[in-house]
Write a protein that binds this ligand. Structure first.
Ligand SMILES: [Zn+2]
Length: 279
């Protein structure tokens, strides 16, 4: 925090003034981003670019030590921050990329259509494929290294959801009325396997964070509920110490399970986990 503050004291000061707190926010609503743009005399994209070090501060990268920040902007002008998250153990595939983290942050807060994605590094090929799952991919603008691109420039002649016959690509998660654990599992985006899976972190009966499964047409850039959940905890300034119990909720007919993945993590972090199969 202090290091980031030294880099852009004007931004930090404006944020503290506006939010009445010096905690780095993981998102800004439309009024907040407008007020900041006015105060700092900058455009929403410039604001997001200035906020990238704050987004990257949510990164957990014990393996690469490469801290990526990404910010998704929706049609209403809301900003959603995201950062990469790596598991400290196991193979390199145990990682969530910043773009995925920001997009899940937006989806989980029922963002309107995403218009822009601002990143502090070039998006890797894996993320370009992940982004291509979005219903808005063809209109999305991507900003990095002081350059602005239409997403289609970054992934020409792409393989997309329509190649596997998916008519409704990733747009919104159906969580408007979600309360019960199964409601979040049912909100999974899994048009290729119909798998329903959600994970939760609890402190006593308090739900600290949740996540659900998001799938990709190229399969590999699909994101696991575990990494998404850990990223959500980090974005909400919640340390693992607070978590007393992990829960995994899956449909009993799922063709695969995330149980092993969560079991491994629970074992490595000395936590309790509970697995539920629902009909
Ligand atoms: Zn990536």
């Amino acid at each position: 925090m202090s290091q980031t503050a030294q880099q852009d004291p004007a931004l930090l000061e404006a944020l503290t003034l506006l939010l009445g707190s010096d905690t780095i926010p993981n998102r800004l609503n439309a009024q907040q981003s407008q007020a900041l743009c006015q105060h700092l005399d900058c455009s929403p994209i410039e604001l997001a670019e200035r906020m990238l070090p704050l987004a990257a501060s949510f990164s957990f990268a014990p393996k690469s030590n490469f801290h990526v920040g990404a910010i998704a902007i929706d049609q209403q002008g809301q900003l959603f921050l995201g950062a990469n998250y790596e598991l400290a153990y196991g193979p390199l595939s145990g990682s969530l990329h910043a773009e995925q983290s920001a997009i899940f942050n937006a989806l989980s807060h029922q963002a309107s259509a995403l218009t822009d994605l601002v990143i502090n590094a070039a998006p890797c090929g894996y993320c370009r494929q992940f982004i291509n799952e979005l219903a808005v991919a063809s209109q999305l603008k991507v900003h990095f290294n002081q350059q602005n691109y239409q997403f289609s420039q970054l992934l020409p002649q792409s393989f997309g959801p329509d190649d596997l016959g998916v008519q409704s690509p990733l747009a919104k998660l159906n969580i408007t009325k979600a309360e019960q654990a199964v409601d979040f599992a049912k909100a999974s985006y899994a048009p290729y396997t119909q798998v329903q899976s959600a994970m939760f972190a609890y402190q006593g009966e308090q739900r600290l964070a949740w996540s659900c499964y998001i799938e990709n047409v190229a399969f590999n850039p699909s994101i696991s509920p575990l990494l998404t959940l850990l990223s959500q905890l980090k974005l909400n300034h919640l340390s693992l110490d607070k978590v007393e119990r992990f829960e995994l909720w899956e449909h009993k007919d799922n063709q695969f399970s995330f149980k092993q993945e969560l079991e491994n993590f629970a074992h490595h972090s000395n936590k309790t986990m509970v697995h539920y199969d629902y009909p």
